[in-house]
Every structure is written in structure tokens, then in C-alpha cells.
Design a protein around this ligand. Structure first.
Ligand SMILES: Nc1ncnc2c1ncn2[C@@H]1O[C@H](COP(=O)(O)OP(=O)(O)O)[C@@H](O)[C@H]1O
Ligand SMILES: [Mg+2]
Length: 219
């Protein structure tokens, strides 16, 4: 599903990713752990084609995302990727159903099927009946569940999650992690979770530590 080979990323003179290699198969859910500032978000951004790399190769279902122009990268994100961002990125003036349906609207899916699918995914994350609520009416844990619903609404082949429990108390964090894992598995997607938290990483099938030397497996 996803292959990273010798990925290097520099910001000016600072080398943030120093030869990162990784394989994630379809249906696998993999965690990358690392301290704050080590390059976890940067890694997800290069996988999503949001940032260019300085060396190496990133293949998603056989397509080298490092060689795509901006339009092709945006299309690939729309069609194949679900991104759970650290800061939710929900749009405050839209209802929950509109927020969750947005990836389908961007794909040109008609309104009826978009609404039906958004309602179904919101129900799957435990937010049935809240379709017409606005984000300001929700707790942090509920907002994170909206972010998970939006990442999965388009049945992405690969789900990228950036510190999905960063802003949550331990109980909500456990709930969100279990939900994220269940949803990734149920959709048959590959999952890549980055986090500073070993506890969060425990919800994944395999774990790696990111450092200045690249990725090392955690037993
Ligand atoms: N767009 C950017 N321009 C310059 N430096 C950046 C940029 N994005 C991230 N960095 C730097 O790269 C390093 C890794 O950042 P990041 O990937 O956000 O770390 P993490 O997610 O592990 O906390 C940090 O030192 C950060 O300041
Ligand atoms: Mg980060």
C-alpha cells in the first residue's frame, strides 16, 4: 500500500527526516513514536504530498507521490487519503454533517448520497442525532470523533493520523484510539498514526521510533 524509501526532508540547513524507510501493507495499522519537534508531522505531510522531499521515494499503491505536480497530488489526496489532523481543522460555520461530508462534496458526489454517508459515518463514531450541531457545541473528544468521521467518509485507502489524542484527557484518548483503530480496520484501510505517546502507539499493530537516524522498530 505505502512504501517510503530513504526519504530525506530538510528545512534550510536543518535535516528533519534523515533516510526514513517504511512499508505499510493494506489493512495494517502502524504507529510512529517520537519526541516533539523530531519530524512526525513533517513525515505525514510528505506522505500526503503537502511538502516536497529532498531525496527518496514515497509510493502509494505504486504511484510515486514525490513526482506528482500540485494538481495530481491534490487529486490523490482527495481519492485515496484520509487525514486526521492534530488541531481537528473543523470548519466552525458548518454543521457536523457538512464538515464530515466535505471530502465527498470536493469529489463531486451529489448532495443526497453525501448527506446519507455523512450521517452513517457520524453514527459509526457515536454522534448520531448530532448531524446539525455546530462544532462550538462539542467537547474536544467529540470534535476528534468528527475529525475521524471526516477522514473516513470517503473510504480512503490510507488514513494518516497526527497526534489524534493530543488534546484529550486519558479516558477520551482511549475511546478515540479504540474508535480510530476499529474504523481503520473496518474500512480495510492502511493506517499510519504519529504520536509522542507510547500509550497511544499501543493501539497499533506495529510501532517504530523516529529519530535523527530514521525509523527503528520498537519490539
Ligand atoms: N514549514 C516549515 N519550515 C521550517 N521548519 C519547519 C517547517 N515545518 C516543520 N519545521 C521544523 O521541523 C521540525 C520538525 O517539526 P514537526 O514535523 O512539526 O515535528 P513533530 O510533529 O514531531 O513535533 C521542527 O524543528 C520544526 O520547527
Ligand atoms: Mg507534530
Amino acid at each position: 500500500m505505502l512504501t517510503l524509501a530513504g526519504v530525506v526532508k530538510e528545512f534550510g540547513a536543518r535535516r528533519v527526516l534523515n533516510g526514513v524507510s517504511l512499508e505499510v501493507a493494506a489493512g495494517e495499522y502502524v504507529a510512529i513514536v517520537g519526541e516533539s519537534g523530531i519530524g512526525k508531522s513533517t513525515l505525514l505531510n510528505v506522505v500526503a504530498g503537502l511538502e516536497p522531499v529532498d531525496a527518496g521515494r514515497i509510493e502509494l499503491e505504486g504511484v510515486d507521490v514525490t513526482r506528482l505536480d500540485d494538481d495530481a497530488a491534490a487529486r490523490l489526496r482527495r481519492e485515496k487519503l484520509g487525514f486526521v489532523f492534530q488541531a481537528f481543522h473543523v470548519l466552525p460555520h458548518l454543521t457536523l454533517a457538512q464538515n464530515v461530508g466535505l471530502p465527498l462534496v470536493l469529489r463531486g458526489v451529489p448532495r443526497g448520497p453525501t448527506e446519507a454517508r455523512a450521517h452513517a459515518v457520524l453514527a459509526a463514531v457515536g454522534l448520531a442525532g448530532r448531524e446539525h450541531s455546530r462544532p462550538r457545541e462539542l467537547s474536544g473528544g467529540e470534535l476528534q470523533r468528527v475529525a475521524i468521521a471526516r477522514a473516513l467518509v470517503g473510504e480512503p485507502r490510507l488514513v494518516l493520523a497526527d497526534e489524534p489524542t493530543g488534546n484529550l484527557d486519558p479516558e477520551n484518548a482511549r475511546h478515540v484510539l479504540a474508535l480510530l483503530r476499529a474504523q481503520v480496520k473496518e474500512h480495510g484501510a492502511a493506517g499510519l498514526l504519529v504520536t509522542h505517546s507510547e500509550a497511544a502507539a499501543a493501539s497499533c499493530d506495529r510501532r517504530y521510533r523516529l529519530s535523527g537516524e530514521g525509523l527503528a522498530p520498537i519490539r
